[in-house]
Design a protein around this ligand. Sequence first.
Ligand code: 7RM
Length: 648
Amino acid sequence: MATDRIETLLDEQRRFTPSDAFKAQAHVRDTSPHERARRDPEGYWADWAKQLEWSRPWDRVLEWKPPHAKWFLGGKLNASVNCLDRHVRAGKSGRVALIWEGEPPGEVRRITYGELHADVNKFANVLKGLGVKRGDRVAIYLPMVPEVAVAMLACARIGAVHTVVFGGFSAESLRDRINDAGAKILVTADGGYRRGAIVPLKQNVDEALADTPSIEHVVVLRRTGQTVTFKTGRDLWWTELMARAPKDCPPEAMDAEDPLYILYTSGTTGKPKGILHTTGGYLTHVYATTKWVFDLKESDVFWCTADVGWVTGHSYVVYGPLALGVTEVMYEGAPDHPGKDRFWSICAKHGVTVFYTAPTAIRAFMKWGTELPARHDLSRLRLLGTVGEPINPEAWMWYQEHIGGKRCPIVDTWWQTETGGIMITPLPGVTATKPGSTTVPFPGIEAVLLDGEGKEVKVGGGYLAIPKPWPGMLRTIWGDDERYQQVYWSKWKNKYFPGDGAKRDEDGYFWILGRVDDVLNVAGHRIGTMEVESALVDHSAVAEAAVVGRAHDLKGQALAAFVTLKEGRQGTDALREELKNHVSKKIGALAKPDDILFSADLPKTRSGKIMRRLLKDIAEGRALGDTTTLADPAVVAKLRDQYESQET
Ligand code: 7RM
């Protein structure tokens, strides 16, 4: 405890100020935008919105009827026009939008804004030809290939709402998302490459589609060339449809508040939430943050390593960078394929200048050693970013030294699927950074810390809260506005509750501590404990299950599952494997528990609540040395009694 405290104090004192050289070229060099935004937040956001192209101007910037906000009311625009047409019209059609690297080494495609524009127009016509209309939902289950951006922007062009499902999710997860969204079309591929192996996307699709009444057609992209089964009438090849599609597709004029996409994210129940984002405010928010947080210019090569299946891929691979018209890298595969220096070889080869990744990746790079980045020329890098989970100061320092060559500022950006865009972050030419702190809110965003009673904490620990609406905020949970109100807006009056705990230091800097609800963050991926528990009890041997997060060096958190078995079932190693695979099949490999602990009973409070703190202590080796003794009900009972007096 005492050393923790000392380290904290040291962290708070260790500061890095942007160099004069960085400052001199930065978009933002002083705190005047923070002040301007505080004085007139609506005018400030309207100035950002004016940098986009609208086919009709808005009548009003903001309508706030808590907990529902509308931004840029009456305004009309199209996201694909903002990401493509206006750059083409500005004479930038020859500019490279995507430098794509396939996982198999040597495979590179350079796609210009002009080419992307042409493909998006054609694919928009493909979708129209399949009967997709404004407001219809289209599910996308693709690997990290340029076509994923084409499919998303084609939806945006015709006013269809996309819902991208991460390729690592299982058939059942895909089915549930398709059904919740009521998607009419599914866009997928024969397979995708991952660590040299093939992810059988189409096979998962066939399994999922046994029970998805809303799906009318499946568009299949040929990526791996493996043989797949085709259902005549339902399944169609991407290339064949594209070859026949008309070239031009006039964009739909969308209302600023028309839905752009639904993205599912884990919550505290077993059922993922369909986060709904709309058009005008979202695009304004991601445009502004892409420009200022990543300080992007024409000369930059940006690389955000996130998969498009997550919100980071939506906002900082597709909509933000393309709205800004920059050149960016998109990489299909794993960071350690074929070698553990793949990311650095990509950075060197394409001259990446701004690089954005997750702490879990940085910790893996640390483990793999400094020799790997040292082998490559990373001198073009000028700015680094991180997102997804708290970064430990040690990893921050390593990133700064071994990737950034001590010359690159680091932007540690806090935000969520729900917030749409970055919320708390340094501005790289302005903000002094402290390793482990996300620093201060982006101009135009407010954030506070509240205690259990909802009183503001100026310095110290508390719950993070966002007291004012912001342009990129989620508008609702698809099909369940009551849940939207309950999850995010019922803790305090008219303040958004993100579910994170944080502390604030004397300088007003935020240090995000992590989730305070039953949501875990495993390797930067959000997983609900309930989802994993439901998957476990779905197995015929399991009577009851409780899942907790335990500290993990690389992943931040790992999943520990406590399982009680039905009468007559034995807790064997074989069953342990079977249960892990069962979860993988139900949800996806990302939710596979790291540990399965068989327990005679699950310790519960008198009111029947599972004692998660006790389970966490057991999983982390504090409460019980030898976990096998959990098979003895007397041990569980004793632990429960010891802990119950401490639980609140
Ligand atoms: C973008 C994204 C959101 C949750 C959020 C936090 C955690 C994200 C940071 C962070 C500490 C950060 N969306 N989180 N960024 N924690 N520092 N810079 O990750 O919806 O998938 O996850 O991730 O707990 O609530 S997400």
